[in-house]
Design a binder for this molecule. Structure first.
Ligand SMILES: [Zn+2]
Length: 59
């Protein structure tokens, strides 16, 4: 699968936390995610305090 196809598929499927796999909202990804809107932490596996400090942007 090419990179572009992968990006298209990712943009149409519901985003998930890359740490625990829980579904997260796009808004959550934009707020807490990295430049690719990937999140490496969510409210299921990471505390809000850590998320606001950028915990979801690091692997
Ligand atoms: Zn999570």
């Amino acid at each position: 699968m090419g990179v572009m196809q992968e990006i298209q598929q990712r943009s149409t499927s519901r985003p998930r936390c890359r740490n625990c796999g829980s579904p997260v909202s796009r808004r959550f990804c934009r707020v807490f995610g990295d430049n690719q809107d990937d999140v490496y932490g969510c409210m299921d596996c990471t505390s809000m305090r850590k998320l606001t400090k950028g915990a979801a942007t690091s692997k």
